[in-house]
Design a protein around this ligand. Structure first.
Ligand code: NAP
Length: 523
């Protein structure tokens, strides 16, 4: 497929009128063809108008038709073959195995949402039948289902060019809910975005859906992004990226005459707790697991273990020594963009100023290389210094040595909201872990035992979310099938004749849903 450098507004390939965006191969700093001219508010309005026209027909497509559409997107992405893999590697510097794995995850995610759509549980049908004889007042017939919120704006993430970009988790869950999607492509991988966007447009056409179900825009966040979030036809936003970007979009959404929800996944340092018995039994193995989680993908994961907390003593010292021995063998890796690489260098600079450097990875050789860094500090310093809690996006981590369990608790209470908290423990650690658990439940969206936070399973029970600033709305997840809930709202139908009810609510239950009928779940 020849890349055109154009936006996709419905089925139309359209050239923008603003400054050109050109992908940079971060491994070489070479600019890649073609140039993508950004759009302005006019293009945003066109895409949103089409999305609005598509909304009512799309949200009432049958469960089967919508599931087939999601599967068709996956098949069209797979049909792009090596061209997609090669372009994504060139635009991100990520290794082939990672990009291939991410394509598998993206298509698997779309097919998982297709199964979710078919099962229909997300409609959450509740029926309270009429009780005309009830005293003192009769009860009307009340029926509830969930419907789609409306067109959704999705911001492609730089660190997941497939799985959290044009056809990634936000898009898949919004489409599954019945919401048309307008994507603002991330400027770091415009060609990958075009390839996937065109595969999506082909799926829209193949499934006979209204063209406004999907559009793809290029341009600056401050112009196209804000115009999108403030367009009255957009009813929700999905975002993964920086805290400042997430806050700007949330504020713009809240300042609208009609405020809308923004699901922004922003910033997390993912504390890892090393409990004493676990440290005594296997500090060296823990150090090995930690270093490999820290350096995976140049540390460019929102779940990267950026903070390690333990009680000081010889076992924690052994952990630090082993990690410090291992780190110098870790090669520097190409980071996603020159901007992310320089943000990492400044974050490391700030940590160098405020904490003790324990070890570094192999020195960088070439442009945009992220060199791993490990720092150590005392809990009292951590508690007194806000700089030590800032996310450094990349393979940098800080070990906090605490004087006691009480200090572990104080450090935990001091933490901002997190995506994850990890507990390494043995049998003898259970009482102290149990004591800490209420704090960690308040702080994080996913709690893990004896594992590492990187690697997020796409499944029914996953929570990839957490209190601010991990996300802008802790009541939801952006990974896993529960992500569909973000784009739904309940509607109740009172005393409707059967002929006027949607299929999901009709008396005969034609969709064979497991409804909550008069307080009892149907078999
Ligand atoms: P970003 O700067 O937040 O950009 C993400 C998207 O948001 C882009 O489309 C960007 O538009 C838009 N945007 C950013 N600021 C905006 C604003 N003030 N108003 C409107 N739109 C705005 O994220 P990034 O480019 O991926 O990486 C930058 C930093 O974000 C990293 O160094 C890292 O610290 C953090 N990050 C965190 C995660 C995570 O999962 N926690 C993931 C990725 C990045 P433009 O096209 O104008 O840039």
């Amino acid at each position: 497929m020849t890349l055109t450098g154009k936006m996709l507004i419905g089925q139309q390939l359209i050239c923008g009128n603003r400054e050109a965006i050109r992908a940079i191969n971060p491994a070489t700093n070479a600019a890649l063809e073609p140039a993508y001219l950004g759009g302005d508010g006019e293009y945003v309005a066109q895409a949103c108008a089409l999305a609005w026209t598509a909304f009512d027909p799309y949200r009432e497509t049958s469960l089967e038709a919508r599931a087939t559409f999601l599967e068709s997107i996956a098949s069209h992405i797979e049909a792009l073959g090596d061209e997609l893999i090669e372009r994504a590697i060139a635009e991100t510097g990520l290794p082939p195995a990672r990009i291939q794995g991410e394509r598998g995850r993206t298509c698997g995610q779309l097919r998982t949402f297709a199964r979710t759509v078919r099962a229909g549980e997300w409609l959450d049908v509740r029926v309270d039948t009429a009780q005309p004889q009830r005293q003192p007042l009769p009860r009307p017939d009340l029926r509830q289902r969930h419907i789609a919120l409306g067109p959704v704006a999705v911001f492609g993430a730089s660190n997941f060019p497939l799985a959290f970009s044009v056809a990634g988790g936000d898009t898949a869950s919004a489409l599954a809910a019945g919401c048309p999607v307008v994507v603002k492509a991330h400027g770091a991988h415009p060609g990958t975005s075009e390839l996937v966007g065109r595969a999506m447009a082909q799926a829209v056409k193949a499934c006979g859906l209204p063209e406004g179900v999907f559009s793809l825009l290029y341009g600056s966040g401050r112009e196209v992004g804000i115009a999108l979030v403030t367009d009255p036809r957009i009813k929700a936003v999905g975002f993964t990226g920086s805290r400042s970007g997430g806050i700007a979009l949330t504020q713009a959404a809240q300042a609208r005459p009609e405020p809308i929800p923004v699901y922004a996944e922003m910033s997390s340092i993912n504390p890892v707790y090393l409990f004493p018995a676990a440290l005594a039994a296997r500090s060296e193995a823990l150090a090995q697991g930690f270093v490999s989680s820290l350096t995976q993908g140049a540390g460019q994961f929102c779940t990267n273990p950026g903070l390690v907390i333990g009680v000081q003593g010889p076992d924690l010292d052994r952990f630090i020594r082993r990690a410090a021995d291992l780190l110098p063998n870790c090669a520097a890796q190409t980071m996603l963009t020159p901007g992310i690489s320089s943000a990492y260098d400044s974050g490391v600079g700030a940590l160098t100023e405020h904490a003790n450097l324990a070890a570094t990875g192999l020195a960088a050789n070439g442009p945009n290389q992220g060199q791993a860094h490990l720092f150590v500090t005392q809990a009292s310093d951590f508690l007194a210094n806000e700089h030590l809690q800032a996310e450094v996006f990349g393979a940098a981590s800080l070990i906090v040595a605490c004087a006691s369990h009480e200090e572990v608790r104080q450090v935990s209470e001091h933490l901002e909201g997190q995506l994850t908290a990890t507990l390494h423990l043995d049998e003898n650690d259970l009482p102290s872990a149990k004591a800490l658990l209420p704090v960690l439940e308040r702080k994080a969206g996913r709690l893990l035992v004896n594992g590492w936070p990187t690697g997020v399973e796409v499944c029914e029970a996953m929570v990839h979310g957490g209190p601010y600033p991990a996300t802008s709305d802790s009541r939801s997840t952006s990974v896993g099938t529960a992500a569909i809930q973000r784009f739904l709202r309940p509607v109740c139908y009172q005393d409707f004749p059967d002929a006027l009810l949607p299929g999901a609510l009709q008396h005969g239950n034609p969709l064979l849903l497991r409804r909550l009928l008069d307080g009892q779940r149907e078999a």
